[in-house]
Design a protein around this ligand. Structure first.
Ligand SMILES: Cc1ncc(COP(=O)(O)O)c(C=O)c1O
Length: 452
């Protein structure tokens, strides 16, 4: 169907997605006020070329990371015999031990522990922090307030559940600069003898800041080590895996952690998380997951081995698809007058795409539209609700095959100003395109165009 047949107010933003919308499609479901306005009419073939180039760049990134994954599988002679697992204690689980080595090679770390027993990214991060910090130590977060669920782990919110603070670990935080960047000037004089660990959160999380590139993370690590060579540089790596050529451990991070229902699970690992880094620190963290004396030698893989290996193989491609989807989201909502983070032309450094909606109603409507175009629970309408680990109510579209998986297409946000929706994941960009068309139709253009 030719673009000229499209409704003038909706056709152009659809053409960005490479789709051609029949006049009968959904137009009647748009209220006049929710129709994209003429600001979208500048979206022409030039933008399609940009999109093609962006997609090609992403595919080249996928290829590099896939080559690393294949090389690690080859080096460790991964075979079908690694898919079966032992039961009970999980001692001598060949599949698990080999996966640890494969993972460590991919991220250029001394060691890794990839385990189904990690409940989530928060749990893996908590094990790492409790594993290496001791009473009297200080932890310094260097990129503003860490992700919401870490507040109760650190002890800046809630009490009585055995937070780091309850165990006598001090905590300090380095605020971001006014333009939402790491404050390098202050960082240069912030690390003391007492600073046992710095927390470097790679992703923006639920904040309006750029995600940290590997280059910036390296710079942070150098600055920290210049002040105290013994300070452990720990990276919350959630959402960052495979978005660049290297992982933080390749550039000097001592330890990092993440979730398998995000990037490295390739959308098919059913649960779990990982820690990777210097061998003795990985072991210390594993001792928090299991028990001192057991460490990384316990924990059966419970027949999840094939999904974990296959997920790791698929991960670079799934991350690439999510990045393509994010590019389309940024491009579309920018054209509708919304501020986006990162903006479409910027290099993506993680799989989260934020759009500042500025209204609670729009945040809910956006998530409801995404949910309606999800494979699972499309008949459900998300509403803001309490979530364990979070202070604010959240609204979440998560119509995914694996519960809570944010490597599958999902959109969510905390019910707080400035009402930002965080979109992430997506097994194929075409699915993201379908969902985002519906979300754009549901919220319409920005009433007053915003600037980042
Ligand atoms: C930066 C960051 N760290 C940690 C987490 C926590 O991960 P999980 O939800 O797997 O506990 C998230 C979740 O979105 C995050 O964005």
């Amino acid at each position: 169907m030719a673009t000229s047949k499209l409704d003038a107010t909706t056709g152009d933003f659809k053409s960005l997605l490479g789709t051609q919308m029949d006049q009968s499609d959904n137009i009647e479901s748009l209220s006049p006020s929710s129709q994209p306005d003429s600001r979208t009419s500048h979206l022409t073939t030039q933008i399609d070329q940009d999109t093609l180039q962006a997609f090609y760049r992403i595919d080249m990134q996928v290829k590099k990371n896939l080559a690393k994954v294949l090389a690690a599988f080859k080096a460790h002679r991964v075979g079908a015999h690694h898919f079966s697992s032992v039961s009970g204690y999980g001692h001598d689980d060949l599949g698990r031990d080999t996966l640890d080595k494969v993972f460590a090679q991919i991220v250029e770390a001394e060691a890794a522990a990839v385990r189904v027993q990690f409940v989530s990214g928060t749990h893996a991060i908590a094990c790492a922090l409790f594993g290496v910090l001791r009473p009297g130590d200080e932890m310094l977060a260097i990129a503003g307030t860490p992700y919401d669920t870490l507040e109760e782990v650190i002890g800046t919110r809630g009490s009585g559940q055995g937070s780091l603070r309850d165990f006598g670990v001090d905590y300090r935080e380095l605020a971001l600069t006014e333009d939402h960047q790491v404050d390098f000037e202050k960082l240069a004089a912030s690390v003391t003898e007492k600073t046992k660990l710095v927390l470097i959160q790679r992703s923006c999380g639920y904040s309006w800041r750029s995600s940290l590139s590997i280059h910036i993370i390296n710079k942070i690590i150098q600055l920290v080590k210049q002040q105290n060579i013994n300070t452990i540089c720990f990276v919350d790596n959630c959402y960052g895996e495979f978005t660049e050529d290297k992982e933080p451990t390749a550039g000097g991070a001592d330890l990092m952690a993440g979730s398998l229902i995000k990037n490295p699970g390739g959308t098919i690992a059913t649960t779990g998380g990982y820690i990777a880094g210097r061998a003795e620190l990985v072991e210390a963290a594993a001792c928090r997951l299991t028990a001192p004396g057991i460490g990384s030698s316990g924990g059966a893989t419970l027949e999840q081995g094939r999904l974990m290996y296959q997920g790791l193989f698929l991960a670079p491609q799934m991350v690439g698809e999510a990045m393509k989807g994010n590019y389309l989201i940024a491009k579309t909502f920018e054209s509708l007058g919304y501020a986006t983070n990162p903006p479409a032309p910027a290099q993506q450094r993680e799989v989260i795409q934020a759009v500042k909606l500025g209204s609670a109603d729009k945040l809910v409507a956006f998530c409801q539209a995404v949910q309606q175009h999800s494979p699972i629970d499309s008949y459900v309408s998300p509403v803001p609700a309490e979530m364990p680990g979070y202070d604010d109510k959240l609204v979440m579209a998560g119509g995914s095959f694996i519960d809570g998986s944010t490597s599958e297409l999902s959109a969510d946000g905390p019910m707080r100003e400035p009402y930002v929706v965080y979109c992430q994941g997506g097994t194929h960009w075409t699915h993201v395109a379908i969902a985002l068309e519906a979300a754009a139709a549901a919220i319409g253009p920005a009433t007053s165009p915003d600037k980042p």
